[in-house]
Ligand binder design. Structure first.
Ligand SMILES: Cc1cc2nc3c(=O)[nH]c(=O)nc-3n(C[C@H](O)[C@H](O)[C@H](O)COP(=O)(O)O)c2cc1C
Length: 731
């Protein structure tokens, strides 16, 4: 909870000031480049810091009989405004010991002047300065809240600089750059704020005057003898105004030094008046040096990077926020009425994304699903199933939207039995891998009303493959078909394409399955086993069909349900009609390339991808097809004809059929039992079994195969499925 307050403060401050910070940072980068480049060409002379005025001024007077002004800038370049012996006006950088002209006066380009004005005040004068000052102050607060967030993330300030595990690019670099450039960023922010405060007269800038009596009796001496000139280094000088008329005792040298202003008698060298600068003015100069890096090239470069990094912070900060908030929780059903409850613990939004993909599919299947954050856990009187999707943070602790779950679960016990399943999202780079998910699993296990539906499952680094493994398990046990295609759980959905209907068969009294052949108008590539996602109601409701690829065309086998949204939509289509759909690559259910032997087991429309795989079995893999149907109807005759032709071409070894509603009812499990030896040999010889069709059939097939492997091979079926020797796609 406390994390949230800091995070919200950090975010709110960033949002409020982002526009101004963007301008400050972008112009800051330009000005820092200018601060670096203005040091080239280098007009600083050797041993500059040792030269005093008693050395420099007499030498310069020889070369320039009339000097109006001498300035020493923050680069330690000496600039003169004078007339030379020939009476020519000279304005430029000189060697203070020889008077040699080193280069012309540099005037800031209009672009730099424009950038400076924008940086300081947005061209809005005093109002703009105040706005930029406030933005700088907010940057201080953002930096401070950022430090707190990093400390919390690192489990304490002691671990501030401990290695950071990479979650995703924007977040990783936001934190890494935040740590690296914290000091320069704070420096920019504090000095920027102070400079604005100076300009709005918050501090006393009055110089204090201290008049020293002039000793009128002193004799005239050469300026090289002036004590004050001997004591004053050029490096302490900002500006010297020379007397207008030489020898006139009423005309003085006026020296603006770093810490004081002096009026010096031009004949005797006596200090006539001295004004000491207020501390605030000196501090302002120092602040300006620190803010601009104008007096130190290394500082200018570091500050330039810090400014550039502020731009990156703005970008990465918004990416993080977008990722956290991109998945919107939308519920169609009320919590009190929902049968399936999805509880989500997510810090950065990725777990919520996975959970929401499941939620949407459940809704599309007409299941009353309700998704909420774990910290919103309350009474769910109609719940039958609870699915927990949670990440782990810190040292195995809850994400911030799940930290109250422990208490809430105890507070709201259910009055009905509920089956739960927990999916943990984490990273193996942490010692406490998914430990919060395990804690939650144990919490549920301790509730009298809760029964574990399937064991806790972990997902490392947001692996879609590992997540679909859980989907397989959960679907198979619940008989609720969820997509096992990785593409269904990726943030970037494949694009929609237009598909033209080429052919569609009709259903008949003894056959409710029809075939529809589609062609992609954009020549989109696909393989048998991929899925076609259609949107019959033109909304989020998605229906998936297994693709059988046939000569570059998509062949679907669809069972027509009178109230089926997807099947009736497809059945109404006529040749030449076009639909929008997307192809979801289902690489876990492609024809295995390395296997010498493949057994294909299907029931009903599950035969569709196998028809395509057999038709394109050019490598003549030894395929046997085992298929179960209800009736031996006209469609089966077509399959028979297809199989006979495939066998002739060497693409298929055999087709074995089982009919459940004919005389001597049989199921595919009976076909497996009748071919025991074949299946045992196939698995021991690295062959692959593919299953497509109903989840119920899959469950029975797996039972039958497991019995075989345990009895004859001494291993459970899971041993072979882990080795990709059992591929399934059931619904
Ligand atoms: C600061 C931080 C601490 C983390 N701590 C753990 C941890 O202790 N155990 C773990 O398994 N994963 C840990 N992770 C990894 C996340 O749990 C994992 O990236 C997860 O997928 C993030 O999901 P979310 O985006 O829904 O929050 C941590 C990640 C971050 C950024």
């Amino acid at each position: 909870m406390t994390l949230s307050i800091w995070r919200y403060a950090h975010l709110a401050l960033a949002i409020i000031s982002s526009f101004f910070l963007f301008i400050l940072a972008a112009t800051g980068v330009i000005l820092s480049v200018d601060a670096v480049t203005e040091k080239y060409p280098n007009y600083q002379v050797e041993n500059f810091d040792t030269i005093n005025l008693a050395q420099a001024l007499p030498a310069l007077r020889k070369v320039y009989p009339e000097i109006i002004e001498l300035r020493v800038d923050h680069n330690k370049f000496v600039r003169i405004d004078a007339q030379d012996i020939d009476g020519n006006s000279v304005k430029g950088y000189i060697d203070p010991l020889t008077g040699k002209l080193l280069g012309p006066e540099i005037i800031k380009s209009p672009f730099i002047q424009w950038t400076t004005a924008l940086h300081r005040s947005l061209f809005l004068k005093e109002t703009g300065r105040v706005m930029m000052g406030v933005a700088s102050f907010i940057l201080c607060l953002i930096s401070i809240s950022g430090v707190v967030l990093i400390a919390k993330r690192q489990q304490g300030i002691r671990n501030f600089f401990v290695k950071i595990n990479r979650d995703f690019f924007a977040q990783y670099f936001h934190v890494v750059a935040g740590r690296l450039l914290l000091i320069p960023t704070l420096l920019l922010a504090v000095t920027g704020t102070y400079l604005v405060l100076m300009h709005v007269d918050v501090f006393d800038l009055e110089s204090k005057e201290l008049v020293i009596a002039n000793d009128a009796t002193e004799e005239s001496i050469a300026i090289a003898e002036f004590k004050i000139f001997q004591e004053t280094k050029l490096s302490d000088v900002e500006k010297i105004e020379f007397p207008f008329m030489e020898d006139d005792p009423e005309e003085f040298f006026r020296l603006t030094l770093k810490t004081r202003d002096l009026t010096v008698h031009q004949l005797t060298g006596a200090i006539v008046a001295e004004e000491r600068l207020a501390k605030a003015v000196m501090l302002e100069k120092l602040t300006l040096d620190l803010h601009t890096g104008r007096s130190n090239i290394l500082l200018a470069i570091i500050l330039g990077f810090a400014s550039l990094n502020i731009l990156f912070f703005i970008y990465s900060g918004f990416v993080i926020t977008w990722k956290r908030s991109r998945t919107k929780i939308r519920n169609k059903h009320k919590a009190q009425h929902a049968e399936v409850i999805l509880l989500v613990g997510s810090e950065n939004g990725s777990t919520l994304f996975f959970a929401n993909c499941v939620h949407k599919q459940l809704l599309a299947h007409g299941i009353s699903s309700y998704i909420t954050q774990m910290n919103q856990f309350s009474a769910f009187p109609k719940a039958q199933k609870m699915l927990v999707f949670t990440s782990t943070f810190g040292l195995g602790t809850a994400p911030s939207n799940a930290d109250k779950f422990h208490d809430l679960l105890a507070k709201h016990p259910a009055n009905q039995p509920i089956e739960y399943a927990v999916v943990g999202f984490g990273s193996k780079s942490y010692a406490d891998y998914c430990s919060f998910a395990f804690q939650v699993n144990s919490l549920f296990a301790a509730q009298s009303w809760a029964t574990e539906f399937i064991p806790v499952h972990t997902v490392n680094d947001k692996s879609v493959d590992e997540f679909t493994q859980w989907i397989h398990q959960w679907s198979e046990k619940s008989l609720i078909p969820l997509s096992t295609a990785a593409a269904s759980y990726q943030a970037k959905l494949p694009p929609l394409h237009t598909f033209k209907v080429l052919e569609k068969t009709a259903t008949s009294a003894d056959n409710t399955t029809f075939k529809i052949v589609l062609e992609s108008t954009s020549k989109k590539k696909f393989q048998s086993g991929d899925l076609l996602a259609i949107y019959p109601a033109n909304d989020f409701k998605e229906r998936l069909y297994s693709i059988g690829a046939n000569d570059g065309k998509i062949q679907l086998m669809v069972k027509l349900y009178t109230d089926g949204l997807g099947s009736s939509f497809l059945y109404k289509l006529q040749p030449n009609d076009c639909i929008k759909a997307r192809i979801l690559v289902n690489k876990d259910f492609h024809m295995p390339q390395a296997a010498a032997q493949v057994a294909m087991i299907a029931n009903g429309t599950g035969i569709a991808p196998f028809l395509g795989m057999i038709a394109s079995n050019k490598s003549q893999t030894a395929i046997r097809l085992f298929a179960g149907f209800r009736y031996n109807n006209s469609l089966i005759k077509e399959y028979g004809a297809f199989a006979a032709s495939a066998r002739q071409q060497g693409k298929l070894e055999s087709l074995e059929l089982a009919f459940s509603r004919e005389e001597n009812p049989q199921y595919v499990m009976d076909l497996i039992a009748a071919n025991e030896r074949y299946f045992i040999d196939l698995l021991s010889n690295q062959g692959v079994i593919m299953v497509c069709g109903s989840l119920l059939m899959l469950r029975d097939v797996e039972k039958a195969l497991n019995r075989l492997t345990e009895q004859h091979l001494g291993r459970p079926l899971s041993y072979y499925s882990e080795r990709q020797q059992l591929l399934t796609d059931c619904y």
